[in-house]
Design a protein around this ligand. Sequence first.
Ligand code: F6R
Length: 608
Amino acid sequence: MCGIVGYIGTEQASGIILNGLEKLEYRGYDSAGMAVFDGNKINITKAVGRLKALDEITHGGESMPGNAGIGHTRWATHGVPNHVNSHPHYNEQETIAVVHNGIIENYLALKDKLIGKGYAFVSDTDTEVIAHLLDYYYKGNPLEAITKVLHRVEGSYAFGILFAEYPDELFAVRKGSPLIVGKNETGSFIASDVPAILKYTRSVYFVDEQEVACLKADSIRFFTVDEEEIKKECVHIDWDENAAEKGGYEHFMLKEMYEQPKTVQDTLMPRIKGEDIVIEELGMSDEDMRQIRKIHIVACGSAYHTGVTGKYIIEGLARIPVEVDVASEFRYRNPVLEEGGMVIVISQSGETADTLAALREAKERGFKVLGIVNVVGSSIAREADNVMYTWAGPEIAVATTKAYSAQLIALYLLALKISKARGVLAQEEISCMMEDLKRLPDQIEMLLNNKTKIQHFANRYIGAKDIFFIGRGIDYAISLEASLKLKEISYIHSEAYAAGELKHGTISLIEEGTLVAAVSTQKSLYQKTISNMVEVKSRGAFVLAVTNEGNTEIEKAADYVIYIPETNQYFTNSLAIIPLQLFAYYVSIGKGCDVDKPRNLAKSVTVE
Ligand code: F6R
């Protein structure tokens, strides 16, 4: 995710900012920039690519003298990674500079209003809206302008702001995105994450939601959104610097699993507008959606598993036949694509060679392709006709977790949108399902907080030879992902089976003590799956069940049960996968595997 660093004090700001941004490089970014007040005006320098490029063009910061500045590493969300979209952003007079982490959900509406008032935009970003909106409200009092902006913006954000008319002050505010403020004997600091300023200070304040911090070289004051001053406690940070880079988590995979509530929120909420689901980037009218005869979903690995889930959901909710293909098969099997067909490719990296080739194959045959992609400006994002971004931020652990969760959300939204356009579900049903979607982030958080129970259970299986996952319908799709997660990071042989298929061969592999994880979240299939659990149990299996709260009947057939909170039957994947990700993670670290970088695997598979 993007990084923010800022400084005001007696030292040169640029060197401190570059050093701080370097400490945030591990988070991933595609461009960097900084704004420094030189005594007369605010200067901005930006560079696409590595931070080293910014360091070089500013001669390690020397060509940007000044004691107050803000810096940023950008992970593109709105607008491709290029010079103009990089932060900081100015107002037209270049008297206000802003850096921003997060997503402004209502930026298009705000942008339209500002254009109507004569403001000209140069970038495609949501952040530039903030620079102009601050300009619009600024009447000589920065705090007043900032709080007015806060009343207007929706979404998640952390801002660092400079006003040329207030060269002795630096402003910061947050909601939904992290931000800390620190102090030492030379000055005051802002940062989106602790490691950025650990070298300079260990005395920090954690800024709370919608609190505005006004920093001077020798003081820091905090205000509410109603401009009332508040007192905050300074906290001493005693993290070691390496742990800090993972936000205090032992591994990136664990950190990314814990980011899932936010990822889900960020992918979901900007597309929910009142009673409507708005996916502007789809480029399809309701009439276009009514014309769809068939959907082809093409992807690899975990992204393919979200596609399998998508099949059940789109067929169930929108009543359109869906075919799901592994991209390496699709590209060579001469698939039948007919008029009215819609092709969707799913990819976190946007660079997977087979998925890209499948996209090109579909386009060559004259089909429009929708990409569900995480990395903005990636090859798939550039070549797809339309792109629906998952806003999961950079994923560093090889095994995907948060991008997978974000892809599921994109598919839920798509299914509901098409369903509504085709008149399959009534608005009342859709509204109810939207409420269920909004509850997912908290429910995921609750499941993550139950990790100790899963850890104890996982410790019993670090010596396992084979583990099986079974389920029916969407539970089968969940099983596919749970099995891949386990095998790729723990090196334990694992397979996923449609539960009804067991007796056609696989059941002969069940031995005394073999772990069989049965996923059973589909009420209409409870009894069927219970029968399959009984089948394996009677052949010696130890049965772990993952099911909905209240389905206590399952305890008769299972040896161990993990309950997930109640949600709509189509969304259970988002919840059931959480304990199974945790299970895979704890088995892997219990075995001493390199969980973030499993052997033989690469994060982005750019070869066939
Ligand atoms: C598994 C995993 C892989 C990817 C697959 C596709 O944890 O991460 O299976 O899902 O390589 O990658 P993307 O989504 O980048 O196309």
